[in-house]
Ligand binder design. Structure first.
Ligand SMILES: Nc1ncnc2c1ncn2[C@@H]1O[C@H](COP(=O)(O)OP(=O)(O)O)[C@@H](O)[C@H]1O
Ligand SMILES: [Mg+2]
Length: 164
């Protein structure tokens, strides 16, 4: 695998988070899994929402707190893809993930975005990208880290200039 690819940036306000979500929507590919790290209120759902809206989804996006997973059909690079947004915060045990059949969502036709991946260890499929959000002043610091070749290629294509 290629060496770690890490990108740090600061998102001054919610518009910065929205811009990053849109930039990610342009580079993600089917078959990828993205783990979102960060405390409650860090902006994991805001980032996912921005990504989905940039990918053309027009409905409401809220964290799937009780259903744990919510699928969104979108079009990326002229191809239909299902983005599945997970929020595992309320998952009692990793077995719940297996019993719900969630592992089947990780396939070549979908992109999985997971809030609170810590709750799914060790049964959660490995990620291509880790995104960590931290409150910093009035904004957020973000670290994007590639963990696979696919993730690396994806982040290398990312065009993101905050607060434009
Ligand atoms: N870059 C940013 N700077 C300041 N506030 C932000 C930024 N990005 C998002 N927010 C705000 O932070 C909150 C994030 O909430 P949410 O996305 O639900 O967090 P999480 O899913 O991580 O618990 C929202 O109120 C949103 O408006
Ligand atoms: Mg959330």
């Amino acid at each position: 695998m290629s060496p770690d690819y890490i990108h740090h940036t600061h998102l001054q306000d919610e518009a910065g988070t929205t811009a990053l979500g849109a930039a990610l929507a342009h580079v993600l590919e089917p078959g990828m899994a993205i783990y979102l790290h960060g405390d409650l209120g860090a902006g994991k759902t805001a980032l996912t929402r921005a990504l989905l809206h940039a990918a053309g989804y027009e409905g409401r996006v809220k964290s799937p707190t009780y259903t744990l997973a919510e699928p969104y059909p979108v079009k990326l690079a002229d191809r239909m893809v299902t983005v599945i947004h997970f929020d595992l915060y309320r998952m009692a045990s990793p077995e719940e993930f297996l019993e719900a059949g969630f592992r089947e969502h990780f396939n070549e036709n979908s992109i999985c975005i997971i809030e609170w991946p810590e709750k799914g260890e060790p049964v959660l499929p490995a990620p291509d990208i880790h995104i960590s959000l931290t409150v910093a002043g009035h904004g957020r610091d973000v670290e994007l880290r590639a963990l696979s070749d696919k993730g690396h290629q994806c982040l290398a294509r990312l065009k993101f200039a905050p607060n434009l």
